[in-house]
Design a protein around this ligand. Sequence first.
Ligand code: C2O
Length: 368
Amino acid sequence: MLLHGCWWNFGLLVVLTITTTVMRFTHGAPLPAPNLPDDCNSEERCCMPRPYTGKPRRQFAFNASLPVRLRRAANLVDEAYIAKLERAVQLQRELPDTDPRSFSNQRNLHCLYCDNALYYPGSAWPLEVHGGWLFLPWHRMFVYFNERILAKLLGDDTFALPFWNWDNQAAEPPQGNILPYFYARNKSSSLWNKNRNNCSEPPLLVDLNTVGGCTSKTPEELRIQNNRLLYTQLVSGAPAPSFFFGLPYSYGEAGQMGSGTFEDSPHGTVHLWLGDPNPDKPAGPYDDMGNFAVAARDPAFYGHHSNIDRVWTIWNSLPGEHRREYSHPDFLDAQFTFYDENADLVVVNISQALNRTGLRYDFCSKFQ
Ligand code: C2O
């Protein structure tokens, strides 16, 4: 038995060595910035408005004159802040369909980058930002520009998104591990979304372990299991970037080679808890967050991803010299195209996404 185990390990080692060697030779081209809005061939109808009417596309540059924006925990924000967030999202919903910054076009932009919609000229594979090392940096920049667009609509450069701290397992209110109540308390609010699973209504606790659906677990069981999962995905199971960020993805490859520890759960499980694509029900309106094409039309998407971004900064601060980003040029030089707060096209390199000092936002307190 032991011998069998040894041979198995040896075999695994050989396979891993061959894979890494092959990867070393096949890498060498970072993903270039897709040409928006033209490189779009989407069955989900998530192309961005054409023709493009903004300034010529340029490289994204940091703006050192911006104030540092502080994102606050969703369970601790006050009514004045909620009113502001509601107004910003309302203004965004009112933008016309010709404006790439509009609420529905931001949903399209997320869909575009992950739902078989963007093909580089001549490429057999669609660009896919999930399932590998693009996941964290792409979503950071998506949320970054969303925040900047809301700030622009409010005329307030200090505006910051909240973060929905579902990692907080406090037993007493204000709890982080429920859907923040401002997303759910008022049907006429711009933060409301009707397409959610009934079992995600406050004060029901989030289940970070289960893929979709309602649960019969007690609150106490949920808190314990949620904490265990967070420890495994963030601490014990993610000592190096290949674990936390997911596997490499270079130009010409199919992508989705393997997600990082955090991408499937809790990131994916929170999506599926809120928007349950229950296989027993016909595909329905309750599944927004559970569906790549429409996830970003739930305002809670942005609070969720703001928290994913915060958890990334927590991971960076954990002990261990390998808890840092990949340094491979195919990672650092990979590029995305976004629309900035002025609706102009900008190209962002992942190396820029890693520079939060340059991006000028922070989290009120890391542990909340
Ligand atoms: Cu692009 Cu939370 O997914």
